[in-house]
Design a protein around this ligand. Structure first.
Ligand SMILES: [Zn+2]
Length: 357
């Protein structure tokens, strides 16, 4: 008999899919659906207590946006368009919270996160997946921070003014281009100072090591897997895994089948054990203190056997059957994320002149 362990997950795309109420042209967060992976009823059934809720900007409907022939990377997007998409998703998050703050809360700090988990409200950490909506002068970063942004991915899998994301070509190394730009380096420093967690998922290898050599916070790669098991450029090499551990950080093992399977295929006909295989690999290499989940719920093709957030107890059972128990399982399910986010959020808060210097 499974006993329920609450899961705090490092990455989902749920804010892009759900609405605060029914009849708003999408599924309602509070109503159970067969579509996608997360709504309140399925989260509660599966023990999903909260997660880092990403806002990823899809390519504009009026653009070709196809991969550039030379690199295979998706084309850059217009920052103004990105800002519009981000505003819509942030407004939805605010309205979901306003509709029922006992059920869903935007968390802005470690104490709030812990209180939320204790109260049984879904704890949502606001995250931008790619910094296109932020201007190089970082004015929007300040505004988003005041609104509750507590996590930022420097890039999605496309280039922007701050850095270069990895394309989805397979198989490939994550070493696909140059590191952070000067604006990217300033962004890292500003996030450290404000207490915004920096997420290196989707960033290329040189960008990752640029973050590693500059950040004062533990390294976070929210939804990824082991390159040694699946040679996707979205996955981490052993030396990247080692760097995450050395910083005291966390790797969220994704449920996205294309980054789990050795053949790189995206198909729901992928056993749950593929997730377990990557968790085992990362835990064996860098320790159970540095592994969590990074489901990519509502953003990826996941194993059918898992199905949705409601299937999380099956994953925990599969991990138990491979010998993960007690404290290690609790760390992987939620404690590691809580520890690392708390450290990243501590930041330090100098005056604006320091940030702009
Ligand atoms: Zn992603």
């Amino acid at each position: 008999m499974t006993h329920r362990i609450p899961v705090f997950d490092g990455h989902n795309d749920t804010l892009l899919r759900v609405r605060p109420a029914e009849n708003e042209g999408g599924r309602c967060f509070f109503v159970e659906s067969n579509e996608g992976h997360v709504d309140l009823p399925r989260a509660r059934r599966g023990g999903l207590a909260g997660g880092v809720c990403g806002i990823c900007v899809p390519r504009p409907p009026d653009s070709s946006g196809g991969p550039a022939a030379s690199t295979g990377a998706p084309a850059p997007i217009d920052p103004e368009y990105a800002l519009r998409v981000v505003m819509t998703a942030l407004a939805r998050a605010c309205r979901i919270e306003a509709a029922d703050s006992d059920a869903f809360r935007i968390v802005r700090g470690a104490a709030e996160l812990e209180r939320c988990l204790a109260d049984g409200a879904f704890a949502a950490v606001l995250h931008l997946e790619g910094a296109e909506a932020i201007d190089p002068e970082l004015e929007a970063l300040w505004v988003f921070h005041r609104l509750g942004l507590r996590s930022l991915g420097i890039t999605w899998s496309r280039p922007n003014v701050f850095g270069h994301g990895v394309p989805f070509t397979f198989p490939n190394s994550p070493d696909t281009g140059p590191g952070l730009t000067e604006a990217g380096v300033a962004l890292v420093r500003a996030c450290n100072e404000l207490g915004i967690a920096i997420d290196c998922a989707h960033l290329n290898e040189r960008g990752f090591f640029d973050v590693a050599s500059r950040t004062t916070a533990p390294l976070i790669v929210s939804h990824t897997a082991a390159h040694a098991l699946c040679p996707s450029p979205r996955n981490l090499t052993d030396s990247q895994l080692d760097a995450v551990a050395a910083s005291g950080g966390v790797v969220g093992v994704t449920f996205c089948t294309a980054f789990l399977r050795a053949d790189g295929r995206s198909t729901p006909d992928t056993p749950l054990e593929e997730i377990v295989r990557h968790v085992e690999y990362v835990a064996a290499r860098i320790g159970a203190d540095h592994v969590g989940f990074g489901s990519d719920f509502d953003g990826a093709t996941i194993p059918r056997a898992l199905g949705s957030a409601a299937g999380l107890p099956l994953l925990l059972d599969a991990l138990r059957s491979r010998g993960f128990g007690g404290e290690d399982l609790a760390k992987i399910a939620s404690l590691n994320w809580r520890r690392v986010l708390a450290r990243a959020w501590r930041g330090h808060r100098p005056g604006a002149h320091d940030i702009m210097a």
